[in-house]
Design a binder for this molecule. Structure first.
Ligand SMILES: Nc1nc2c(c(=O)[nH]1)N[C@H]1C(S)=C(S)[C@@H](COP(=O)(O)OP(=O)(O)OC[C@H]3O[C@@H](n4cnc5c(N)ncnc54)[C@H](O)[C@@H]3O)O[C@H]1N2
Ligand code: MOO
Length: 408
């Protein structure tokens, strides 16, 4: 291959491997941030438990802490020795024939081993009558039953869910190491594009891809920056991309990347950058191009085809894996579903078909393929909620075939 040659018309697996390799070489550094800002971020260091959880034996209910051995087969009258509220001062030792009023989450007083719920007691002259004896150890949450000190609580590469952040907060962890968030610039190109809200002239269309990309990026917790729509003018495109190429980790463009007379991006990125690949054997999204910025700046450039559904497909197929790779995010879970209707695939390329997910009565995940498979059919894509991945090569998929799905 000549030095300026690059892979073209490659298989999707090859494109994904290139994306992963490039991302590995461009891993974003870790940064230490407040846990309060860590939602959705990718963990850069394993998180170990500092303390046991619960940190002490405590009551699961409001009631009275007692010694189970004191209870008789029927009712039992116990002397009320004091109280133990959550966060309150320590109650006195519970001795034979005594009990202590306790609230949910309060430490179990020394000497007691069981809690009877309030509803199963009656106060009589300052004493407590236990009407129904609980089993030994009832309503006691034991120290360390959820977490032991030293346990691995969150693993490098994990995107922090609200529950995981809450677990770490419960450990008293106030700051954490995460991968720096990639910065992303979004461009749509095309003389035909008009901002929503303005009138349409002959042959014009509203720019819808920008909102699609901004929404997809924000759903990943990123804070992308959108440029005003670029005309099909090579100088304007070069100047804007150079600005973005200096300032962002990733420049995502859409449109102007196939074979038309006004498709300037491939020539620009070949001349100024270093192209990793152009054209992937997938549908939609075939003309996608991936490059290093070269003299346009240190950013990576992923140029998506302009057709709206191609943007959706190339986002899930390549852009999201690239952003995951930059943050060293662990592989996402793969989802599989059964086709709710048969599908005949009449072309060779790998296909990202739109479909609707549904749960069958027997618990099987089903996906209904949408026959409106044109890459301009945004209505069909919006009515759908998953991409169905159909492998390379022509093939009949009978109803019930198991396919990979990418929910969105
Ligand atoms: N001779 C060939 N023609 C085409 C090829 C090819 O290989 N040879 N590839 C086709 C495929 S597949 C696709 S996908 C498109 C991709 O072309 P571009 O990336 O150059 O995209 P455009 O031509 O700029 O636009 C395509 C289509 O999408 C509309 N569009 C573009 N941007 C937006 C936007 N921001 N919001 C809404 N709609 C947008 C645009 O008006 C066009 O209709 O090329 C095929 N042609
Ligand atoms: O590959 Mo294009 O993205 O099918 O319409």
């Amino acid at each position: 291959m000549a030095s300026d040659a690059f892979p073209t018309r490659i298989a999707y697996a090859e494109a994904l491997a290139i994306v992963s390799r490039v991302a590995r070489g461009r891993r974003l550094p870790a940064e230490h941030i407040a846990l309060a800002r860590a939602h959705g971020r990718v963990l850069a260091t394993d998180a170990l438990a500092r303390i046991a959880m619960p940190a002490f034996d405590n009551s699961a209910m409001d009631g009275f802490a007692l010694r189970r051995a004191d209870l008789l087969p029927g009712e039992t009258l116990l002397a009320l020795r004091g109280e133990q509220f959550a966060g309150g001062p320590a109650a006195p030792l519970v001795r034979a024939g005594e009990c202590v009023r306790i609230t949910t989450g309060a430490p179990l007083p020394d000497g007691s081993d069981t809690v009877v719920i309030k509803e199963h007691t009656r106060i009589e002259d300052g004493n407590v009558r236990v009407l129904q004896a609980p089993a030994a150890g009832s309503h006691v949450r034991h120290r360390g039953e959820d977490v032991r000190a030293g346990d691995l609580l969150a693993v490098v590469g994990e995107a922090l869910s609200p529950a995981r952040v809450a677990l770490l907060a419960g450990q008293g962890i106030a700051g954490i190491d995460v991968a720096r968030r990639p910065t992303v610039a979004v461009f749509s190109t095309g003389d035909e594009l008009v901002e929503p809200g303005l009138p349409l002239a002959h042959g014009q269309v509203y720019d819808s891809n920008r909102e699609l990309l901004m929404g997809l990026l924000r759903a990943e917790g990123l804070e992308p920056v959108a440029w005003p729509t670029l005309p099909d003018d090579p100088h304007a495109i070069e100047s804007a991309l150079r600005h973005a190429g200096e300032a962002f980790d990733l420049v995502l463009t859409c449109g102007g990347v196939s074979a038309g007379e006004k498709d300037h991006l491939p020539a620009l990125l070949q001349r100024r950058g270093q192209v990793h690949f152009w054209k992937v054997r997938m549908r939609p999204g075939m003309p996608v191009l991936f490059a290093d910025g070269g003299t346009l700046g240190p950013a990576l450039f992923l140029a998506l085809p302009g057709n709206p559904v191609s943007v959706l497909a190339t986002w899930f197929a390549l852009a999201r894996p690239l952003l995951d790779g930059l943050q060293a995010r662990a592989p996402r879970r793969a989802w599989r579903a059964r086709l709710a209707a048969p599908w005949r695939k009449r072309h060779e390329r790998l296909e990202f078909l739109r479909g609707r997910l549904a749960s069958a009565d027997d618990g099987t995940l089903l996906v209904e393929p949408d026959p409106a498979d044109g890459s301009h059919r945004m209505r069909a894509a919006a009515d759908a909620d998953a991409l169905i991945v159909l492998e390379e090569g022509e093939r009949d998929y009978p109803q019930g075939s198991v396919v990979e799905v990418l929910p969105y």
